[in-house]
Design a protein around this ligand. Sequence first.
Ligand code: FES
Ligand SMILES: [Fe+2]
Length: 396
Amino acid sequence: MIQKEQIRVIKGLLDHLDNKTNVKADGMIKNPADTYTSEDRFQMEWNNFFLNHPQIIGFSGDLPNKGSFMTTDDFGVPILATRDANGEFKCFVNVCTHRGVIVENQRRGEKEKFSCPFHGWTFNNRGSLVGYPKPDHFGEIDKSCYGLKELPCVEQHGFLFVHPDENGVIDTQDLLGDQLIEEMESWGFKDLILTQEEEYVTDMNWKLAIDTFGETYHFSTLHKDTLFESFYGNVQMFDTFKRNARLSLCKRQIEDLRTTPEKDWDVRVGSLPVYFLFPNIIVNVLEGGIIVVKEYPLENSPHKSVSKVSFYFTPEAVGYLEEMKNGDEESFNPYIAFGEIIRDEDYVAAAASHKGLRSGKIDHILFGQNEPALHHYHNTYREALNLEPMPLIKSK
Ligand code: FES
Ligand SMILES: [Fe+2]
């Protein structure tokens, strides 16, 4: 983030703190309950946001070396992503061209060739079929016609994008816009190291998980014994970038910046910038790295989802965490604790909310004036599905 913007965010937060104000939308909005529970709506989302939309499957650190690979099966098309001998990022449909079996079952690793477990057809990390057993018995085939299906993919600004449709287009300029691209580039995501992954399966709509990141109005209640100790609740700055957004949370440590010259301010000391990358990715930017949360529906249902939480750190932060670990195995790891708070507090509340919505006894939920990230996300979501925006309701 450019320094001028960092200063604007910190000054805005201090201003809200000093005046007991918060970022404010011009009204409240009512979000219909069926946004989260309707099967028809779910099919629209699945087609528009998952099967036919570029997906961020990870960061450069997911494929750290030539010969690294990862697999994912989160959005309807099994994916095998590789980094080839030239360091190039490649994506394929992880489906054997012989009889359709999933070729690689490990989540990640280092491998230059992938051998299908059924009959042993073997593909290299550029997708070519390089061999199959007993061609004299099976029959001769033109191997060049039986490579893994390649998918459009792009590695930019540290992100790994793939399009599940082989004819899909990934236009990062169009997706993110100039300002956000510059900001993402400035964080140096491409140099981060993946250190840990967690998965939380929850009985809730995937968007309810996203909504939990969209305000800090709940910090003094839901997180009163955890995050509220290090964050001021109900104090935020909010900015949009096309369909994406940045919600800047207010750390209590912001007080340190009052006595620091502005030119030395690091926004991450006083704030936690939380990016919403439409439609399903949350990136929390910390001083030593990022915590990325990817939300996916599960079992083709609006009622179940999985949150995939990945921790990426700078090489310096990794070294620091290793030292901490060596000193005391039980030592508190603030980064992992963040994941546990999401799981044990936010998602418990969100699952309860899903249950409430599914009862059919309320027809809408209400997003307050102090929850502009939720207004933006849900009106953007509606625009992307060609639905009418939700009108603002004036405060009485
Ligand atoms: S299905 Fe893959 S080798 Fe036969
Ligand atoms: Fe929360």
